[in-house]
Design a protein. Structure first.
Lengths: 272, 454
């Protein structure tokens, strides 16, 4: 019995695990948490297995890198993760793993699915679709809530900055509390949207069949990247509440646009 | 003539007030200068973080303009601000203002308890300087009484009424609860102590900075805080969530550059400054930094709008109390005008009776023994009191209720009894026209030269 068909599954598993560890390291209160150190090691193993998979496809299955979009996507994913592993040092760049690894995984899954074959998730497309829709809805809701809290933060901050807080402002929760809420909602939203990005890659063969679908896909990724950048930037550089609030509001707006595109253009399948 | 000249948080921004604020030695210098100028007889200087006011009593012959000029020169008030930021009150308006100030009705935080203590300190300073006389004594006593009545008879003292409590509420607005939040307190004076005690109750981690190491240590012990030297200021700015400053430094002690440097270590955490000092301790530009919030003493007044609305009814009752006490003071002043005449009348009667007794006891009644003479003296004294009681009481009543008629009555009394002319010992006053009763034989008030058989 050959293990070759299971290699993609192994790659996905390691990348998923690495994503989870990177995310845990990001939200941990400790500056150099243990999960982050293990995340790099797990990612390295996943990258090695990925490389083996590519070598096998290239040299054994004779897949042409020029003719096969699938192969290109898979190779791009490996290059991305290899570059990241080469440059990552310590916690600061390690935080970027929260974005790099899921994107790598999404590319890998897309490479597997782009020609209509979902070797990784054979037999589970409905489950994956259910997860995809659920987490995207959850992520969208969290982004909208983060935007509302962000607006409240900006309103209160503006009132306090002007040293003339109105009665309405004085009745809002404390500023640091609102900042904490924005931070929490962004992190939770990032988690949900990341799962959405990964699960959506399984259905990527449907996503390039029209301008609005491509637009929706692009905006969805943009939202995810924006939220990821906010969370990583907050962790690494300590973004103030104002920057987080503005970012949350922008994410919320992008989420609204994506949802409108879904409603107006069509909601057949697809990624985040 | 009573004159009050001053500026307060109602009329002048903090930028102007901090230029004319006076410390203890400054107040003494102003008192000495005004006393030496000869323009005023009595003077008191009140200088707090929200006002600088001078209350002076000048002789009736003094010109108000000259008195005001002397005051503005002594205090270095900018004369171009007269009528704008600087206000002037005379006589009853000046006294009313002082009563309202003492009752904390004119305070930044209506109902705050500190002002009466500050007024007392100002009064004690003036007493030490020898610039307090009967007028200011009386006015100050009435002010204390007014303040006491307002605090006991109204609810003005309830709710958020002190600068420290307002500072605490601002900190809670930014941070919700202060438990485990680090609060740095700069200064070790009375205001700093009041704030420190309040913060201790809120559960904040207190850090105290001050130039006076002994005082800072003592305050830290009482408030369960950690004392630090002033050189650790920049480090504290990096670590603290709230910084409250209340020093008597004449210039800012926390600069924009210091705060900006500290932000690099804060990783986006908000920082709240509350500057309750006048002159300000923290550079105003600090408030422009992202994530930094700065409130000064003037800003605190806007925050209390909610609690002031709740105390609206209490304020109305307090204003009524001020009116009542002012009316009593007015009555006392009017009564004062009748007192010399009434005293003169009693003195005149005493003099007449004494002379008549001496004449009689050495003449017609020389045969009387000591006991009889004593009895006659008591009789005469009782008659005097009975006779003069009603006119005196009526005069006092007129002085309180009908001052114009009281003036006329006093003038008439003075004329009728020649109270204006002093009477030397041994000299009998001119006999009045004999009454019918006196002609029939009563010797009281009759011709002193008449003698009768006993």
């Amino acid at each position: 019995m050959t293990l070759v068909p299971y290699v993609p599954l192994v790659v996905v598993a390691f990348y998923l695990l690495a994503s989870g560890l990177f995310f845990t390291g990001l939200v941990s209160r400790r500056p150099a948490p243990v999960p982050a150190r293990w995340a790099t090691a797990v990612l390295l193993v996943g990258a090695v297995v990925h490389a083996i998979h590519i070598v096998h496809q290239s040299l054994v299955l004779h897949v042409c890198p020029v003719a096969s979009a699938r192969f290109v996507l898979s190779l791009a994913a490996l290059v991305m993760v290899s570059t990241y592993l080469f440059h990552v040092r310590g916690t600061r760049r390690g935080a970027l793993g929260v974005l790099v690894v899921p994107f790598t995984l999404a590319l890998f899954l897309a490479s597997d699915a782009v020609e209509g074959r979902t070797a990784v998730v054979v037999g589970m497309p409905r489950l994956v679709l259910a997860v995809h829709v659920t987490v995207n809805l959850l992520g969208s809701g969290l982004m909208l809530l983060a935007a509302v809290v962000g607006m409240a933060y900006l309103l209160e901050s503006r009132g306090l900055k002007r040293r003339r807080p109105s009665r309405a402002v004085m009745r809002l929760p404390g500023l640091s509390g609102l900042q904490g809420w924005v931070r929490l909602l962004l992190r939770a939203g990032l988690l949900a949207l990341t799962v959405g990005v990964i699960s959506g890659a399984v259905f990527s063969d449907h996503e390039f069949s029209g301008f609005f679908r491509v637009l929706r896909l692009g905006l969805s990724y943009l939202t995810w990247l924006l939220v990821g950048a906010l969370v990583v930037g907050d962790r690494v550089r300590g973004y103030g509440g104002r920057r987080l609030a503005l970012g949350a509001i922008l994410s919320g707006l992008l989420t609204v646009v994506v949802m409108l595109l879904y409603v107006l253009v069509g909601r057949a399948g697809g990624s985040a | 003539m009573i004159v009050l000249v001053g500026i307060s948080h109602h009329t002048a921004p903090i930028e102007l007030r901090e230029r004319v604020a006076l410390d203890a030695s400054g107040c003494r210098a102003v008192l000495a200068q005004l006393a030496a100028s000869g323009s005023v007889r009595e003077v008191l200087v009140l200088s707090t973080c929200n006002r600088v006011e001078i209350l002076a009593e000048a002789p009736p012959s003094a010109k108000c303009g000259e008195v005001v000029d002397a005051i503005t020169r002594a205090c270095r008030f900018p004369t171009d601000q007269m009528g704008k930021s600087i206000y002037l009150c005379e006589d009853e308006l000046a006294v009313r203002h002082l009563l309202r100030v003492a009752a904390s009705l004119d305070s930044l935080v209506v109902g705050e308890p500190q002002i009466l203590g500050q007024l007392k300190v100002a009064f004690d300073t003036a007493v030490e300087a020898g610039t307090v006389g009967p007028v200011l004594h009386r006015v100050m006593a009435r002010a204390r009484r007014t303040a006491k009545r307002v605090r006991t008879e109204t609810a003005i003292g309830q709710g958020q009424v002190s600068v420290p409590s307002v500072a605490l509420s601002l900190a809670q607005q930014v941070f919700d609860v202060l438990t485990n939040r680090r609060v740095t307190l700069i200064g070790s004076g009375e205001m700093a102590e009041a704030i420190a005690l309040l913060l201790k109750e809120s559960g904040a981690e207190l850090s105290l900075l001050g130039r006076n190491a002994a005082r800072t240590e003592e305050l830290s012990r009482r408030c369960c805080g950690t004392p630090h030297g002033f050189e650790e200021l920049e480090q504290e700015l990096s670590l603290s969530d709230v910084v409250i400053s209340s020093t008597s430094a004449p210039h800012p002690i926390v600069s924009y550059a210091q705060v900006k440097r500290s932000l690099a270590h804060r990783r986006g955490r908000s920082l709240l400054f509350v500057d309750v000092a006048v002159p300000r301790d923290i550079e105003p530009k600090v408030g422009e930094l992202d994530g930094v919030y700065l409130f000064n003493i003037d800003d605190l007044s806007r925050v209390t709008a909610d609690s002031e609305a709740l105390r609206g009814e209490a304020t109305r009752v307090a204003e009524r109390i001020v009116d009542e006490e002012l009316a009593k003071l007015r009555d006392d002043a009017r009564l004062e005008r009748s007192v010399p005449t009434i005293r003169a009348l009693y003195a005149r009667m005493d003099h007449i009776l004494r002379l008549e007794k001496e004449r009689s006891f050495s003449g017609r009644l020389r045969h009387l023994g000591d006991a009889e003479r004593e009895a006659v003296s008591c009789l005469l004294e009782a008659v005097k009191k009975r006779l003069l009681h009603t006119p005196a009481t009526e005069l006092r009543r007129l002085a309180r209720t009908e001052p114009d008629r009281a003036e006329e009555a006093l003038e008439l009394l003075t004329q009728l009894f020649s109270l204006h002319s002093p009477v030397a010992d041994g000299q009998a006053p001119e006999p009045s026209a004999p009454s019918p009763e006196s002609v029939d034989g009563c010797c009281c008030g009759g011709d002193p030269t008449r003698t009768e058989e006993p």
